[in-house]
Structures are given as structure tokens and as C-alpha cells.
Design a protein around this ligand. Structure first.
Ligand SMILES: Cc1cc2nc3c(=O)[nH]c(=O)nc-3n(C[C@H](O)[C@H](O)[C@H](O)COP(=O)(O)OP(=O)(O)OC[C@H]3O[C@@H](n4cnc5c(N)ncnc54)[C@H](O)[C@@H]3O)c2cc1C
Length: 385
């Protein structure tokens, strides 16, 4: 594995870093962090600025709004956005999950109509998979597509979806055919989110990110709205989480959190406490190990061989590390860590308090830690056969 960036990639990293350090971007991020909890941002101006340069989706072809470069530039962009504190959920969902799936599996018509606005930072995509009774085990989903002429009508309730209140369209899994094999007969549809028959309601939680419940009551779908093959949505779902499971996003989060803890611990003098000193050194090593795992998984993607087990290792390690750091923040930094970014006394851009509230979600979203461990044990180590 070669972890060194080429001269062009290094130049790209510096150019992204320069843009994200501009005062206007910092001001926008600081303003966003102080918004009331029920007023989270959707598309930010910084997304449009990245989009107009082709940087949001660097690895997509030029005709779809990218630069036609490799996945490495994409990973650099993701890392830099997180390191600079840019809210990244809209980006992850729209580009790394929804956009990537359309890029890989969409028809030419789907690609040319949906990808350019996503890449330009003018459109938002979201994901509707989880239901009140199923999360990890998507084979048991109950949303259904009932035949209607040459198409279908979609019915069902989806929960815990992020950013669906801003989304222009969603990737939504529903059952098209009853089958004894539970993973057969699922189809992924591209659903317009502002059409009649789609209702979005908030599901409040302690996180700053608002979850939603999305109720589908008979919205009409045609064969043009199917992503991938009919009844073969399982394959689409497998591909959906590819880049997210490489852990790039999470290793960058862990680094940013640890740096914030280190700065504050140094300021408060707790770094001199030998117990914390040793712990911080150990955490630094774990963050670096997570970075290696994530870039290794990304390297597999670059070679066209997304390795499920290596992705699971990276996802498990990076999210568990980020979660531990979030939870240790208040212990190491003291009460300062519990100041909200909205508090006048907080350091500008303060993130430990919101990270503490977000921590439980890290090891649940896009595959829980237990499911990752089970995959590593069975497919990786052959232990559970
Ligand atoms: C921050 C965040 C963002 C999310 N965003 C979205 C979104 O945009 N769209 C969307 O559709 N969903 C979203 N989700 C939902 C997410 O996909 C589910 O929470 C996740 O799939 C787990 O499902 P569940 O919560 O129903 O838990 P369950 O699957 O019911 O699991 C419950 C517990 O059982 C364990 N478990 C389950 N199966 C196994 C197994 N085979 N082996 C061992 N242990 C197991 C799990 O680890 C967990 O501890 C989001 C969740 C979070 C936290």
C-alpha cells in the first residue's frame, strides 16, 4: 500500500485546504454551529463553491460534474472537509452514497439528470432504508411496491433518515416480489421527495442532526425510477455503503476530535497528569491505525476490489475510536467540554459537546459495530461457520 500522495494530489489537498480556510467559509461554518437545534443547515454556500470547481465529486466524469480523477482526490476532499469542521452529512449522503450508487448502477438518463446538480452542490439526495421494525436486517423490510399499470405505487414507513427534509430525491428500498429467499425481490427506487404521496416528519433526538420519519402513501413509480435491476436491490444496497465503510470520514472525525481534546487538555494542564498523558498517546496511535485501515480499504476500491472484511475492520475501528474520544472529552477536559458551541463562553467552533451527543450514532449508522465484528469473524476469520 502506497500512502504517499502524488505531487498533483498534494497540490489538490493544499488548494482545498486554502479554500476551506478562507474567512467567508470559516464564518459560514461558525454561523452554522450556532444555529438553534431545530434549524440545522441543508446545502451550504461552501458546497456550491466546491461544486463549481468540480471538487465535490472529483472522481465522477467531467460530464457528470466531476474532474474524472481517482477516488484518492475524493477521499482527500472528505478528509479536508471534516478536518476544517464543514458539516459533512449532506455531502456524504448526496455524493458518497446516493451519487456513487447512481454513478455505478444508474442508466445514462438517470446519471445525466441527477448527477450534475449533486456534483454542483445544488441538489440533495438521501437514503430511505431503515423501518420501524428493521435496521441491520434489511432482508426483512416491509415497504412494498404494488403493481400499477406499467409501474408501481410505493407504500411504507421509513425511519431515522437524515436530511430528508432538504432532499430532492431519495434512494428507497421496497419489496417488489415476495420470495422465500428474503434477500430476493427487493428493488431500489429513486423517489422524488417533494411529490404528493411523500410526507416527512421530524424524529427528535439528542443529536444536532435531525432524524426523520418518511411516510410513503402510494407515490407512483415507473421502470425509469428503478436503480439497478428489478428485484435485485440487495446488490444495490451492498454497493450503497461502499465508500462510507472505508472509514475515511470517521478517521478524519477521530483526528479532529483528538486534536481538540489535546489542545484543551494542554490549555487546562491535564496533559501533565501522567494517566491522561499515556491515554492520549495511546489514542493518537489508535487514530493513526484507523487512518491506515481506512486508506487501505480505499486502496482496495482504487484497485476495483472493494473488500467487505477490510471495510468492516476500518469502519469498526475508526468509529469505535471516534466514539471513545468523544466520551473521554469531558473526563479529560473537564466541564469546558460540556459547553455548547452556541454558548457565548465556548471557544469558537467548539465541537466536543455536540460530539459527545453524536457519539452513540457513530457505531450504529451504516452498519453497527456488532454487525461489523460478525462479518470480520465469519467472512474474515471463518469463525462462525
Ligand atoms: C447517525 C445515524 C444516521 C442514520 N441515517 C440513516 C439514513 O439516512 N437512512 C436510513 O434509512 N437509516 C439511517 N440510520 C439508521 C441505521 O441504518 C440503523 O440504525 C442501523 O441499520 C441499525 O438498525 P437498528 O437501529 O434498527 O438496530 P438493529 O438492527 O435492530 O440492531 C439492534 C442491536 O442488535 C445488534 N445486531 C443486529 N443484527 C446483528 C447481528 N447479525 N449480529 C450481531 N448483532 C446484531 C446491533 O448491533 C444493535 O446493537 C441512521 C442511524 C444513525 C444512528
Amino acid at each position: 500500500m502506497n500512502l504517499r500522495l502524488s505531487a498533483d494530489q498534494e497540490a489538490f489537498r493544499r488548494a482545498v485546504c486554502e479554500l476551506l480556510c478562507e474567512d467567508s467559509v470559516r464564518d459560514e461554518v461558525a454561523r452554522t454551529r450556532r444555529l438553534p437545534a431545530d434549524d440545522e443547515p441543508g446545502l451550504l454556500e461552501v458546497y456550491r463553491r466546491l461544486g463549481e470547481r468540480g471538487w465535490l465529486a472529483t472522481n465522477w466524469p467531467v460530464e457528470h460534474g466531476g474532474l474524472g480523477s481517482s477516488i484518492v482526490e475524493k477521499a482527500i476532499l472528505t478528509e479536508q472537509m471534516i478536518v476544517h469542521g464543514i458539516p459533512d452529512v449532506v455531502h456524504t449522503l448526496s455524493i458518497d452514497i446516493v451519487g456513487l450508487a447512481i454513478q455505478r448502477l444508474g442508466t445514462e438518463a438517470q446519471k445525466s439528470s441527477l448527477l450534475p446538480p449533486l456534483a454542483a452542490g445544488r441538489s440533495v439526495g438521501c437514503v430511505l432504508l431503515t423501518e420501524p421494525e428493521i435496521g441491520s436486517d434489511l432482508g426483512g423490510l416491509s415497504a412494498r411496491a404494488e403493481p400499477d399499470g406499467d409501474g408501481w405505487r410505493l407504500y411504507g414507513r421509513k425511519v431515522y433518515s437524515l436530511k430528508s427534509q432538504f432532499a430532492d430525491f431519495a434512494l428507497c428500498a421496497a419489496r417488489t416480489t415476495e420470495s422465500e429467499v428474503r434477500f430476493h425481490g427487493i428493488t431500489v427506487f429513486i423517489v422524488p421527495m417533494r411529490a404528493p404521496g411523500v410526507r416527512v416528519e421530524p424524529l427528535w433526538s439528542m443529536s444536532d442532526e435531525r432524524f426523520n420519519e418518511v411516510v410513503l402513501s402510494g407515490i407512483r413509480m415507473t421502470p425509469d425510477d428503478v436503480l439497478g435491476d428489478l428485484d435485485d436491490g440487495w446488490q444495490v444496497l451492498h454497493d450503497l455503503l461502499g465508500i462510507e465503510r472505508t472509514g475515511i470520514e470517521f478517521e478524519a472525525k477521530a483526528r479532529r476530535l483528538l486534536d481538540a481534546v489535546l489542545d484543551e487538555a494542554e490549555r487546562a494542564g491535564s496533559i501533565k497528569n501522567s494517566e491522561y498523558g499515556e491515554l492520549l498517546v495511546a489514542l493518537d496511535a489508535e487514530v493513526r491505525a484507523g487512518q491506515l485501515l481506512a486508506w487501505q480499504a480505499l486502496g482496495d476500491m482504487l484497485d476495483g476490489e472493494l473488500d467487505d472484511v477490510r471495510c468492516a475492520m476500518a469502519k469498526w475501528h475508526t468509529t469505535e475510536t471516534a466514539k471513545r474520544i468523544s466520551e473521554l472529552g469531558p473526563e479529560i477536559c473537564g466541564l469546558t467540554a460540556l459547553l455548547s458551541a452556541r454558548d457565548d463562553e465556548a471557544i469558537p467552533g467548539w465541537l466536543l459537546e455536540s460530539a459527545f451527543r453524536d457519539a452513540p450514532g457513530l457505531t450504529l449508522a451504516s452498519g453497527t459495530s456488532e454487525v461489523m465484528l460478525s462479518l470480520i469473524a465469519s467472512a474474515g476469520l471463518g469463525l462462525l461457520s
